[in-house]
Design a protein. Structure first.
Length: 89
């Protein structure tokens, strides 16, 4: 039985960036946010994660973003949302 992660980090990265020239994904992101499970499920049926102006329905097993709002608006064209586990340093 798998457990649903409590936090993820979302990175918004320009989709057109094919070769980052050695830069990391973090360096290419125009915005990052740590989002926490809200305890609710979205229209997609997946858990809602919220934080720092971002609300996302995330499939916790595949780390796929099923729905996303950034500051209450849909994601701008040309940006891609990447999800990774949040690891506290």
């Amino acid at each position: 039985m798998s457990t649903v992660p409590k936090r993820f980090e979302i990175l918004l990265v320009p989709a057109h960036v094919e070769d980052r020239g050695g830069a990391s994904v973090e360096d290419s992101a125009v915005r990052t946010a740590v989002v926490e499970a809200s305890g609710r499920h979205g229209e997609s049926g997946y858990p809602i994660y919220e934080g720092h102006g971002i609300r996302a329905d995330i499939d916790p097993e595949t780390r796929t973003v099923e729905a996303l709002l950034v500051d209450g608006r849909e994601l701008d064209y040309g940006l891609t949302a990447l999800v990774r586990p949040f690891v506290r340093s």
